[in-house]
Ligand binder design. Structure first.
Ligand code: HEM
Length: 457
């Protein structure tokens, strides 16, 4: 059987999804891809081919059809070079993301049951405190890179606390996981080693003494994870949470800071942080293309023959932004999308994926992103982009929609301005009338040993 990562084996027209061209203007690449129909041939790394589903209805079908499609990548992966740069995102691990059926349900239950124990009001306060600490570091300077100094460290400091590591270890996690986005390979290798060390210490610590934290709850879950499974589940939850949450915060901020509608008042209908987040989820989803699936047998899918075990990805971005004339049902609708016609599905989108592997952390992730944005914009009332949005740089890569940097400036805040600065005001003063401070979240055993970890998602 042919596996789909030998270049030109059966997809000679594959369109590259890596590199500067795609990062600079993914919309025009999706337009090119749509010319192939609902399924298009792409390259996700030099020599690594895949099929990309760009049509919303085809995507929904695939995501909900577990008989035809598997998540286990091992048959496909067996032909992938060991050093392939896509292996960390696509290689099998004993966790929820890469398994099917009962194995998937077992792994997923550990994550969903543990997340359900996180108390929304406590989480909101934790995010507010972390946000204040970060703002405190750059508030007096009048300028900041809101990716590097805010949106990237914030979820990592939060995860350090949620997984039960002491506060002083937060900067280590920021340097390690955050450092993996460094363009210099030697820095990324060092960051990977540091992350493995952090993980080993975390599991050792929690094996010795449980606490009120996700790691302890994973360890004591009735699923009875082995050490390898525990590590894979912790790494998945951290990695799956970090990158898209960073992108959700920074992509939303970039839209808010370049759109005067966010600076209006209640009387003329100001848009809120939640609107910006919603706009990003629909029109620029933080996970742009992912959801790796593999047909269990040769399949004819929406006009394309796909061989068994080929890599098939779903483009959440392309599916969400399918032009009206190509829509077979549903689509996007947002206060900022320019579309006044509500779609037949009420404006649902695929930013959280769908089906059994849909994001299990949608509510906490929304709470984190909205709280982080509200906190920043309420403390720094005149925050502005330092360059026009069109000049912002986007990180290359097939899977994410991620800003490299988000330079901004503002009137420096000082400790003397009591009541409005993060030094003195734990209360949420809102810059934008109409910005909600209500929770968007409906109230709703293993022993230690050194392991090598790679973040995975
Ligand atoms: C607290 C933050 C988050 C955590 C802990 C988290 C965790 C996870 C986990 C564990 C999975 C795998 C589920 C499974 O395979 O059964 C997942 C999937 C997913 N998450 Fe999240 N997530 C977070 C934030 C986000 C954000 C902000 C987005 C983007 C809007 C997002 C989008 C997705 C998508 C699209 C999937 C499907 C994965 C795929 O494409 O294969 N997540 N998430």
């Amino acid at each position: 059987m042919t596996v789909p990562h030998s270049k030109n084996s059966y997809m000679p027209l594959a369109v590259p999804l890596y590199g500067e061209e795609f990062a600079a203007d993914p919309g025009s690449i999706y337009t090119r891809l749509r010319a192939f129909g609902p399924v298009a041939p792409v390259e996700i790394s030099p020599g690594v081919s895949a099929y990309l589903v760009t049509d919303r209805q085809a995507a929904m079908e695939l995501l909900n059809d577990t008989e035809t499609w598997a998540k286990d990548p091992r048959a496909w992966e067996s032909g992938l070079p060991p050093e392939s740069p896509v292996r960390p995102m696509l290689g099998w691990r004993p966790n929820a993301l890469f398994n099917d059926g009962q194995a998937h349900r077992r792994y997923r239950s550990v994550i969903t049951d543990s997340l359900s124990r996180v108390e929304p009001h406590r989480l909101r306060q934790q995010v507010a405190d972390i946000a204040d600490g970060l703002i405190r570091e750059f508030g007096a300077t009048g300028e900041a890179d809101l990716v590097v100094q805010y949106a990237r460290p914030l979820p990592l400091i939060l995860f350090n606390a949620m997984f039960g590591m002491p506060e002083e270890d937060g900067p280590r996690l920021v340097a390690a996981l955050g450092g993996m986005f460094d363009a210099k390979p030697e820095n990324a290798i060092k960051a990977n080693e540091d992350f493995s060390q952090y993980m080993t210490e975390l599991i050792t610590l929690k094996s010795q003494k449980r606490g009120e934290d996700l790691t302890s709850w994973f360890m004591d879950h009735p699923a009875g994870l082995s050490t390898d499974e525990l590590a894979a589940e912790v790494v998945l939850t951290m990695a799956a949470g970090q990158e898209p949450t960073t992108n959700l915060i920074s992509n939303s901020l970039s839209r808010m800071l370049s759109n005067p509608d966010y600076y209006s008042t209640l009387s003329n209908g100001a848009l809120t942080a939640y609107d910006a987040v919603d706009d990003v989820l629909r029109n620029e989803p933080p996970m742009a293309n992912y959801s790796a699936h593999f047909p269990r047998a040769n399949v004819h899918f929406h006009g394309t023959w796909i061989p068994a075990n080929a890599l098939v990805l779903v483009s959440y971005h392309a599916a969400n932004t399918t032009p009206d004339d190509l829509l077979t049902g549903g689509g996007n609708s947002s206060p900022l999308s320019g579309s006044s016609e509500p779609r037949s599905d009420g404006g649902a989108h695929l930013a959280w994926s769908a089906g059994p592997h849909a994001c299990p952390a949608k509510q906490p992730a929304l709470l984190v992103a909205v709280t982080a944005i509200e906190r920043l914009t309420s403390h720094l009332g005149d925050l502005e982009l330092a360059v026009p949005r069109e000049q912002l740089q986007w990180r290359p890569g097939p899977f994410h929609r991620a800003l490299s940097h988000l330079p901004a400036h503002f009137t420096p805040i000082t400790p003397q301005k009591t009541g409005v600065t993060p030094w003195s005001s734990p209360s949420s003063s809102t810059r934008q009338a109409g910005t909600s401070t209500e929770s968007p979240w409906p109230s709703g055993s293993a022993g230690p040993r050194p392991v090598s970890y790679s973040p995975g998602m």
